[in-house]
Design a protein around this ligand. Structure first.
Ligand code: LLP
Length: 415
């Protein structure tokens, strides 16, 4: 059953293993909270994208998990990077991603970030406003370079996902509507340091039904033909990321192949190269968060399992009421009880699961929080002066620490 999340995750004699590595042994050796990622899973996911979209450039969305060792795995499988900050550019270059495979979106790029990215000669800026076009043009001119751009269009489709992670609707801060985009493309003719090379769109995240992609693709392709007609050389069509993953066992999730079936027929007659920016669907189910039960507490009918991972380690349940499946690392076939799994932070919203049927766990034992590879560590913080977790990469029976657990001294930048 767990294999539906990740084929490398399995119980052997009642003990949980990821790619042949005992999670209990890892937790005992490295402590908790501990993020553990499966390298083979990440490689398989990129291969699945490449198989489904043989002609496309797959730019891994670094925001999902920015550990340079994870980005390096994506690079080894031929991926580029989709970035949203100077920091993500730094992480991607550090991981060895070629600048010619980096695309840069984001509504609030600073002068410093734009300078850094222009100097690095990235593939394409996904520009989100008219003012950004002008500023980018000025900076490129000052640096004596030409910046390659796409305009991020907002096709106004409903991705039917959580409102906080839908980005392609009219009311969202991202991109510009198609009509405005056409005017802005025309306007770029006056901006001599910009070179129009593409169209960008990203409609949202954790999308479980591929039909919004069809609608978005059709709108973008229509714009493509109009721009080509108007004499623009559109080399890239960047359709963003957003493919959803399995968080709940009973929930079906689309595969890259399903996305290909939805998108590719709409791209017939399009000469431009396709770019995709998947994040969650590459790393989400590669990762689990290990945590240790600290205390059990009963308040009448309410039972609490208090663990050592909090919302500072994994904020998704608190922020989006997201569901993450939780299983004991050692499963002894116990009876089940309804509990809230909560963290140590002084916030009522600090929970990993509410009203969840779990085996009767004991103080000191380890739990595995699944589907934590994307937007897990990447969104973690120091809230309550909690050092951020250690990260481990397992591959084919062996493991390596890819980020040490932080110390108090590190948090306060003491030496
Ligand atoms: N491209 C752009 C321009 C994006 O804004 C995003 C995600 C992606 C690609 C990658 O989307 P993915 O394939 O991972 O769905 N923190 C939220 C998710 C926020 C997504 C932000 N943008 C969460 O934990 O659910």
């Amino acid at each position: 059953m767990l294999k539906e999340y990740n084929p490398y995750l399995e119980y052997k004699k009642g003990e949980l293993y990821l790619e042949g590595v005992s999670l209990k042994a890892l937790a005992e050796e490295l402590g908790t909270p501990l993020y553990v990622y499966s390298g083979s899973y990440i490689r398989d996911r990129i291969k699945a994208y490449k198989q489904a979209f043989p002609q496309a450039l797959i730019c891994y969305a670094v925001k999902a998990n920015f550990n340079p060792h994870i980005i390096a795995l994506a690079k080894e499988e031929g991926a580029g990077a989709d970035i949203v900050s100077g920091g993500e550019l730094y992480a991607s270059l550090k991981a060895g991603i070629e600048p010619s495979k980096i695309v840069y979106a984001g509504v609030g790029k600073t002068v410093k970030e734009l300078e850094y990215a222009i100097s690095s000669e990235i593939l394409m800026f996904n520009v989100e406003s008219l003012m950004e076009l002008e500023v980018l043009n000025d900076i490129a001119g000052r640096l004596g370079k030409k910046a390659r751009i796409a305009i991020r269009v907002n096709p106004d489709v409903d991705p039917k996902t959580h409102p906080y992670i839908s980005t392609g609707m009219k009311k969202s801060k991202f991109g510009v509507d198609i009509k405005t985009a056409k005017q802005e493309y025309e306007y770029t003719r006056t901006l001599k340091n910009l070179q129009v090379v593409g169209i960008h769109c990203h409609i949202g995240s954790q999308i479980l039904d591929v039909s919004p992609y069809i609608e978005a693709t059709q709108k973008v392709v229509e714009l493509y033909h109009q721009l080509v007609e108007a004499g623009f050389d559109i080399e890239y069509l960047d359709l963003g990321g957003g493919l959803g993953i399995k968080y709940k066992l009973e929930q079906a999730n689309p595969e890259p192949e399903d996305l290909a079936k939805a998108i590719l027929p709409n791209l017939r007659g399009v000469q431009a190269k396709l770019i995709l920016e998947p994040g969650r669907s590459i790393v989400g189910n590669a990762g689990i968060l290990l945590t240790q039960v600290q205390f059990l507490k009963d308040k009448g009918h309410k039972h609490f399992v208090i663990v050592d991972a909090g919302m500072n380690d994994l904020v998704r349940p608190a922020m989006y009421e997201a569901y993450h499946h939780i299983v004991p690392v050692v499963d002894e076939g116990r009876d089940f009880i309804k509990v809230d799994v909560v963290g140590p932070i002084c916030e009522t919203g600090d929970f990993l699961a509410l009203d969840r049927e779990l085996p009767r766990v004991e103080r000191g034992e380890y739990l595995a929080v699944l589907s934590a590879g994307a937007y897990g560590f990447a969104m973690s913080s120091h809230y309550n002066v909690r050092p951020r977790a250690c990260e481990v990469l397992v591959e084919k029976g062996s493991y390596r620490v890819i980020r040490e657990r932080e110390s108090y001294q590190y948090i306060f930048m003491e030496g």
